[in-house]
Design a protein. Structure first.
Length: 246
């Protein structure tokens, strides 16, 4: 009972802290829809400073997972602080303050909150910091930032819901098309365009303008493209994206 009381007291103390002046806001404008998305993140450095100010012995720990060789699928004998699965990659962080621990998991995602199946080390590192902040929220710090994550709000949860609504709208519009070929063509175009937009940060910079031009050259013949050729283009974009971040 004493431990529960201490945890509740710490939660209330953290939950009363106004974090609004310590949010990092990032805006992303979709070139395909021309709509702007807003993502609010609590500064992980500030969150760590607050935790240590309340409990100098506060800790954060990232779960270690066995590493598998990507070529043969065998264990390497090493542990890493992320878990790769066929469906995506995620991290897990545990924050302990005054003897009470809270854990949170978070997948590595792109700008559209889709799981990244093969993220690079920078994407994993950013996800770790965001996962840490979410674990802090479970302790009470910045919990309001995530209220409405599954509903409509001004936080990153708002974007999740908005994206979901857009995807449903696009799916409905697609199903209303009379031509099966037009439907298939648009789906291929959306797959490639979405991926290009996800990598907008580097695709608009040299030397990747050439890649954009190449991909845009397919814009007039989507309906004639086979699934195999569309998949090859997508794979090509992914590979170029990784190369640019090395």
């Amino acid at each position: 009972m004493k431990m529960a009381d201490k945890a509740e007291s710490t939660f209330e103390q953290l939950n009363k802290i106004d974090v609004s002046d310590h949010l990092d806001t990032k805006r992303f404008k979709s070139k395909r829809t021309n709509k702007e998305y807003r993502y609010d993140y609590l500064s992980w450095m500030w969150a760590w400073q607050i935790l240590k100010g309340i409990d100098i012995d506060a800790t954060k720990e990232f779960t270690q997972f066995p590493e598998y060789d990507r070529q043969n699928g065998k264990l390497t004998g090493r542990n890493v602080d992320y878990m790769k699965t066929p469906e995506g990659t995620y991290v897990e962080c545990t924050v302990t303050i005054k003897g009470h621990s809270e854990s949170e998991t978070l997948p590595v995602m792109d700008y559209f909150n889709n799981a990244e199946k093969n993220p690079d080390i920078m994407q994993i590192n950013k996800t770790k910091q965001r996962c840490f902040v979410k674990a802090c929220a479970l302790q009470g710090l910045g919990l309001d930032v995530y209220k409405g994550e599954d509903l409509s709000s001004n936080s990153s949860g708002h974007n999740n819901n908005k994206n979901g609504t857009q995807r449903n709208s696009r799916a409905t519009a697609t199903n209303q098309q009379n031509s099966g070929n037009q439907k298939a063509g648009r789906e291929k175009k959306e797959r490639v365009t979405s991926l290009i937009t996800s990598y907008a940060d580097f695709l608009n910079q040299e030397p990747h303008k050439v890649l954009v031009t190449l991909l845009n050259s397919f814009a007039t013949s989507w309906d004639k493209m086979t699934n195999n050729s569309a998949d090859k283009i997508i794979k090509f974009v992914i590979e170029k994206g990784r190369e640019s971040q090395q």
